[in-house]
Write a new protein. Structure first.
Length: 197
C-alpha cells in the first residue's frame, strides 16, 4: 500500500529482525565504549565509525563516558592490587613505586609530595650580605671551590667605618672617572674601576 505523500511505507519488521537490529546496536555501542576505554579520542572514534559529531555525542555520549570510567576503574584496581601485594595482601610482593604513586594520588594531603615552593627558603628575597653569610656557613659542607662574590667597586659595597669620610667624595665624584664625564655610566666591575684588596 502506498502513502498519500508519495513515499513508500516502511515494511513492518519481524521479531527476529528487530532482535537482530537491537543486537547490532548493542554491539556498536559496546565497540564505541571499548574504543573510549582504550583511550581513543572522540575524533578518532568518529573516523573509525564514520559517525558525525552530533550523532556520536547525542546518541553515544553514555558509551564514551562509561568506556573511560571502566578503563580507569580497571587500571586503578590493578594499581591497588600491585600496591597491596595482590589479592593475598602479601606485603613482600607489594610494589614500592606503586605504593608511593597510590598514596600520592589517593592518600590525601598528608601523603602528597611537597610542592616546589615548599622545598626550601626563597633565596631571591635575601640580600647579598645574607647570601654571602649563608654561603660561608654552608661552605664546610660543600665540595666545590668558594665563589668570590664580594663587591670590588666602592659604590657596590657597604661603607665601612674608615670609608664614612669618603661618602661625600663618592657622591660628588660619582660618574667621573679616568675615561670621561661618566654620563650614563653605572659602576661596572672589571673595567679598571675596581680596586684590589
Amino acid at each position: 500500500m502506498s502513502n498519500p505523500l508519495g513515499r513508500p511505507r516502511r515494511k513492518e519488521y519481524t521479531a527476529a529482525e528487530l532482535e537482530e537490529l537491537r543486537k547490532a546496536k548493542v554491539e556498536f555501542e559496546q565497540s564505541i565504549e571499548a574504543m573510549a576505554g582504550n583511550g581513543l579520542t572522540p575524533e578518532q572514534i568518529m573516523l573509525l565509525t564514520k559517525l558525525k559529531p552530533g550523532r556520536l555525542y547525542r546518541q553515544y555520549r553514555g558509551a564514551l563516558l562509561r568506556g573511560q570510567a571502566r578503563a580507569v576503574n580497571e587500571v586503578s584496581a590493578m594499581a591497588r592490587l600491585l600496591a597491596s601485594g595482590g589479592p593475598e595482601k602479601d606485603w613482600r610482593r607489594a610494589d614500592a613505586g606503586m605504593i608511593k604513586y597510590w598514596l600520592d594520588r589517593q592518600g590525601g594531603a598528608n601523603w602528597r609530595a611537597p610542592k616546589a615552593d615548599e622545598d626550601g627558603p626563597d633565596l631571591a628575597s635575601l640580600t647579598t650580605e645574607q647570601l654571602i653569610e649563608l654561603e660561608r656557613a654552608l661552605r664546610p659542607l660543600a665540595k666545590a671551590p668558594l665563589i668570590d662574590v664580594t663587591p670590588n667597586d666602592r659604590r657596590d659595597r657597604p661603607l665601612a667605618k674608615e670609608d664614612e669620610g669618603d661618602e661625600d667624595q663618592l657622591a660628588e665624584g660619582e660618574g667621573e672617572g679616568e675615561g670621561g664625564s661618566g654620563a650614563g655610566e653605572v659602576g661596572s666591575v672589571g673595567e679598571g674601576e675596581g680596586r684590589a684588596e
